[in-house]
Design a protein around this ligand. Structure first.
Ligand code: HEM
Length: 372
């Protein structure tokens, strides 16, 4: 009941149907011992398997003079479809030219810092990381509890680098479970690979044998971008301009020139004036390209109070996307978008990181087993 199995061939939280909330953290590893890392992943695996079943990570106490093993705030709560997904960043392999853990020879060619894109406004405080944990659940307290306990277990081995929560409309608020809307009011997540198609997930999402080092087979690359959306500016923009920016209608979510959300966009359609119906600088035309590069988008909105520098909201999108080969998927798409996407007038990429999400673990095994 509301349990997503933790153990399996693949990690959960990737092709899993998106839950209502995410709590995402990036970590810096502070230990210099490889044994500490594998021990950490063993402990994390055990704790994660328990928490995804709605269980505490340990007893309340066998000794009242010690703090309880579990922090307690999820006691009695439903597991709420909790998934916990772990990834490793490029800097775990090599940092400041140092082979920190003797893992350098295992670093995949695809697991390197993303190139700088035009218009990037990255801030150190939202960028990079040696490890990541993505906890998703239908309840934010359950997701936070999971991350908090995993960070607590990491004490002395790894520390928080940055953290970001995200939300979607809850399933309770949307019994019809339509495509969620982003903070610009548009349906977001319409076009995505079909996660129920084995062919598509193997082609676009899961790392395949021969792609790179064997340890990552059945894993997936995560690119995360913390994108601020200037909602005040957007809210002063007329509807036609808004719809031209995305290349879709706000109300129905249909591509311009079509009727229904899931209708195929016709990128060749022209107006009497000779102009394209779906503008040349619209987000869907540019992100679609020739249709060969597909990523699994699993983004969440964020609203983090005020941007103290400008007095506006610090709100936007925690853009999370999964793929088999970043150099052939996220990177070319983002290169096109950064060059001329009309959406750029209303957004700013303030954070960025890339991680290789490890393959799943079997019961008795642990996440990262193939790497360490
Ligand atoms: C499509 C919003 C950033 C890649 C869409 C759609 C919306 C949207 C409303 C159309 C509906 C849909 O298919 O889901 C946004 C917003 C962004 C953002 C608000 C930033 C705040 C990005 C980034 C990328 C990206 C950074 C990748 C580099 C895509 C792709 C599609 C898409 C691949 C589907 C294109 C197709 O029809 O084939 N986005 N997006 N988006 N977006 Fe974004």
């Amino acid at each position: 009941h509301e349990i997503v199995p933790f153990y399996g061939e693949y990690q959960s939280g990737i092709t899993t149907k998106p839950q209502n909330h995410v709590y995402f953290v990036s970590l810096d590893v502070t230990t210099s011992k490889r044994e500490d890392l594998s021990k950490l992943f063993k402990d994390w695996t055990k704790a994660s398997a328990l928490m995804t079943e709605g269980k505490a990570v340990g007893k309340l106490s066998s000794n009242e003079f010690l703090p309880p093993d579990d922090t307690g705030e999820a006691a009695g709560l439903s597991p709420s479809n909790l998934t916990i997904t772990f990834g490793v960043g490029p800097s775990l392999f090599v940092k400041d030219n140092q082979d920190r853990f003797g893992l350098k020879h295992k670093q995949p060619k695809e697991l390197v810092d993303l190139p700088a894109f035009p218009l990037d406004a990255l801030e150190e405080e939202w960028t990079g990381g040696d490890l990541c944990i993505q906890a998703c659940a239908d309840d934010l307290q359950v997701a936070f509890h999971a991350v908090r306990n995993l960070i607590r277990i990491a004490r002395g081995k790894a520390t928080l680098r940055w953290a970001q929560t995200g939300f979607q409309r809850s399933k309770e608020a949307d019994p019809k479970k339509e495509t969620p809307r982003n903070l610009f009011g548009f349906k977001d997540g319409t076009v995505n690979p079909d996660v129920d198609s084995e062919k598509q997930v193997n082609e676009h999402i899961w790392v395949q044998p021969g792609d790179g080092p064997d340890w990552l087979v059945n894993g997936s690359y995560l690119v995360v971008r913390r994108i601020q959306m200037f909602i005040e500016v957007w809210d002063r923009t007329n509807l036609r301009e808004q719809e031209n920016t995305f290349g879709r209608y706000r109300d129905s979510g249909a591509p311009l020139g079509q009727k229904n959300e899931f209708d195929k966009p016709d990128f060749n359609q022209k107006k009497e004036t000779g102009e394209e119906v779906i503008p040349v600088d619209s987000h869907v035309r540019l992100s679609h390209g020739d249709g060969t590069q597909q990523i699994l988008r699993r983004a969440y909105s964020y609203a983090d109070g005020m941007d103290l520098k400008t007095g506006s909201f610090d709100a936007g999108l925690l853009f999370l996307c999964f793929q088999r080969t970043p150099s052939k998927q996220f990177i070319p798409i983002q290169n096109r978008l950064a060059k001329m996407d009309k959406l750029n007038e209303y957004t700013s990429h303030r954070g960025s990181a890339i991680f290789a999400c490890l393959p799943g673990a079997k019961q008795g095994g642990f996440i990262g087993e193939t790497l360490f």
